[in-house]
Design a protein around this ligand. Structure first.
Ligand SMILES: Cc1cc2nc3c(=O)[nH]c(=O)nc-3n(C[C@H](O)[C@H](O)[C@H](O)COP(=O)(O)OP(=O)(O)OC[C@H]3O[C@@H](n4cnc5c(N)ncnc54)[C@H](O)[C@@H]3O)c2cc1C
Length: 587
């Protein structure tokens, strides 16, 4: 096979470059930090760097976990470092002596970053946020347990593409100056070490050009080999969520059993294949907490897919009635938007891999948000007019939600309960699920409706709805007024949605210290090798422990990518950090 030389290598200064594997958010943030010091950098990616820079972050909603932000204060939300730290630790549930050593330190450092620095860092790059701070993962009902005590999910004005833009633009400027080079369609297969065990380069395969649109699966036809010497190597290659076989192999049956679920829809592009984590491990990196993953329980099959088996996550607010596959209501605290992993565990215990939402037009219009930049054209396109007319004033909900109602394979829309249950049974049959009995479903719905006559109730979900409406932005735009589902004249039609399990994030990964320097199994540092973003479990090999508070993945890429970029700069050019401000003003 022919050995290829990369196109513009001659343009780089003679010093060995830093090699970054992955042009996703973590890789771009590190490259941005390196560009502030004009450090020669090559960014390799198996996908095209013309069409796919930003990786998953481009598709994201751009939700970012911030603590005590300007918008929180403006909305009267009283948040603090102490409250956020308690929430984080209560959610993470760190319980492993060796494997949670660095993740615990990363967790503390990340909450501090989210409190003290991240907002200013991002705003300094030109990012802004929606006025309304979202309340994700509202918790498992315990003050010391999982969940956000207050709203902390800050949606970027412009969603994922904007998050990517603010880091990519300065890196592209550095590319023009010749200090950064993007090499797309370069798939790394090996980390090269010298005799002392230091990472000194990478080898891999050049893939055939493929101009498929962003996000689509591309070919893996190898047309050449490459080898690059490096002063340091950063693994920023993402997680395993696009590789269902890898997800199943890592499934913690003891915790989320009794068996590995059969069916998933896939929430990430096919390039999130996890292979690079294994390649780093083969070189001697320590990979930890592999059994910790963050998959969603409210996935719907995309009627207009981009990547294989493309699923969209519904970001639900609290009002939909949630039933298991056999029609039983999920017990407290497993209501929409409260406790992802607890709900996943409960669903797995039923032996089925899908559940049902029952709701109506009033609830879907107000409460269904779809995760993904392409599913939120108003926020992605920065249109205040569209945002207000569809989400606040309109009774139909955003157009992408309406499209799912019309075309989604998991949706049943009917005028009465009898027809609804009949439609649900057609979908249940597709999955060999239990037949739902109309009388039993009616009993569950009527019992729930019976709790909606007063502003107080003994029903935990009714309390959750009323509590949500005490936060005024949610009352205006996110949580529907409590009402009876069977009042179809006012709130109909009725809607049922088959909710699938959706693969997304990898919470474990390559173990690193606080500089994103990779650790070896014996606890020593791997010289020259760094890891950031999802490949590093968003820092340390598992900063989230078992649970996320949401918005912590983009934030985790930013924090760990920044740490890697700064530490590598300091390693390859000692004194870099002290010259940072001067360099920044020259860029
Ligand atoms: C639809 C969607 C919505 C989301 N919404 C949010 C949100 O609102 N808030 C939030 O915090 N998070 C969100 N996330 C999660 C977040 O976007 C990701 O976790 C994050 O962007 C991961 O970034 P990364 O740089 O670590 O990896 P990636 O984006 O996966 O990038 C890794 C890159 O490495 C390349 N690569 C992999 N292996 C190799 C190899 N061997 N050789 C060369 N290149 C390789 C890949 O091609 C890829 O381009 C969302 C994700 C999705 C998909």
């Amino acid at each position: 096979m022919a050995r290829t030389r990369s196109r513009s290598r001659a343009a780089l200064p003679p010093a060995k470059p830093v090699v970054i594997i992955g042009h996703g958010l973590a890789g771009l943030v590190a490259a941005y930090e390196l560009s502030l010091h004009s450090i020669p950098t090559i960014i390799l990616d198996q996908e095209s760097s013309r069409t796919n820079t930003g990786g998953q972050a481009f598709w994201s909603l751009g939700g970012i976990f911030l603590v005590d932000s300007a918008n929180q204060r403006r909305l009267g939300i009283k948040d603090s470092r102490e409250l956020a730290m308690r929430d984080w630790m209560g959610s993470a549930g760190f319980d492993r002596e060796r494997e949670d050593t660095w993740p615990r330190r990363w967790a503390e450092a990340f909450v501090n970053f989210a409190t003290d620095e991240m907002e200013a860092y991002l705003k300094g790059l030109g990012m802004g946020f929606l006025f309304n701070v979202g309340w994700a993962e509202r918790g498992d009902g315990r003050a010391d347990g999982h969940g956000n005590s207050v709203p902390r999910f800050h949606v970027t004005w412009g969603t994922g593409p904007e998050v990517v833009r603010v880091f990519e633009e300065p890196v592209r400027r550095a590319e023009k100056k010749g200090t950064v080079e993007f090499r797309g369609r370069h798939m790394v297969t090996e980390i090269i070490k010298d005799a002392e065990g230091r990472a000194v380069g990478v080898r891999g395969k050049v893939l055939q050009d493929d101009d498929a649109p962003r996000g689509e699966k591309t070919n893996r036809v190898e047309v050449g080999d490459f080898e690059i010497e490096a002063s340091a190597v950063l693994v920023a290659s993402g997680g395993i969520g696009g590789n269902v076989a890898a997800v199943k192999a890592s499934w913690p049956v003891g915790r989320l059993g009794p068996k590995v679920p059969d069916n998933f829809v896939v929430g990430v592009p096919a390039h999130v294949d996890g292979k690079m984590i294994g390649i780093a491990e083969a070189a001697g990196a320590n990979v930890i907490n592999r059994d910790r993953m963050w998959h969603y329980t409210e996935g719907v099959s995309n009627w207009n897919p981009i990547w294989p088996n493309h699923g969209i996550r519904v970001l639900p607010a609290p009002s939909s009635l949630w039933l298991d596959a056999s029609g039983k209501r999920l017990p407290p605290p497993y209501f929409p938007g409260t406790d992802t992993l607890g709900t996943l565990k409960h669903i797995c215990s039923t032996g089925y891999d899908y559940t049902w939402f029952i709701l109506d037009q009033t609830i879907i219009a107000r409460e269904f948000a779809l995760s993904g930049s392409e599913q939120n054209p108003d926020v992605t396109g920065k249109s205040i007019w569209q945002l207000i007319t569809t989400r606040i004033l309109g009774g139909k909900g955003p157009v992408p939600v309406q499209n799912f109602q019309k075309h989604g394979a998991d949706f049943v829309v009917k005028d009465n309960l009898e027809d609804l249950v009949q439609g649900m049974n057609v979908l249940a049959k597709e999955r060999n699920g239990p037949v739902l009995e109309l009388d039993k479903i009616r009993e569950v719905v009527e019992t729930r409706d019976g709790q909606m006559s007063n502003p107080y109730s003994k029903d935990h979900q009714a309390m959750l709805i009323n509590n949500g409406r005490l936060y005024w932005p949610d009352k205006r735009s996110r949580v529907a007024p409590p009402h009876k589902l069977l009042d179809t004249k006012t709130h109909g039609p009725l809607i049922a949605v088959r909710m699938n399990l959706l693969t997304r994030k990898t919470l474990g990964g390559i173990e690193t210290d606080l500089n994103s320097n990779v650790m070896r199994e014996d606890g020593s540092r791997f010289p020259g090798l760094y890891a950031a973003g999802e490949a590093a479990g968003f820092g340390g090999g598992g900063v989230h422990g078992y649970n996320s508070l949401e918005g912590t993945f983009l934030g985790g890429c930013i924090f760990s990518g920044r740490a890697a970029g700064r530490a590598i700069a300091e390693e390859v050019r000692p004194g870099s950090l002290s010259t940072k401000v001067a360099e920044q003003s020259r860029l």
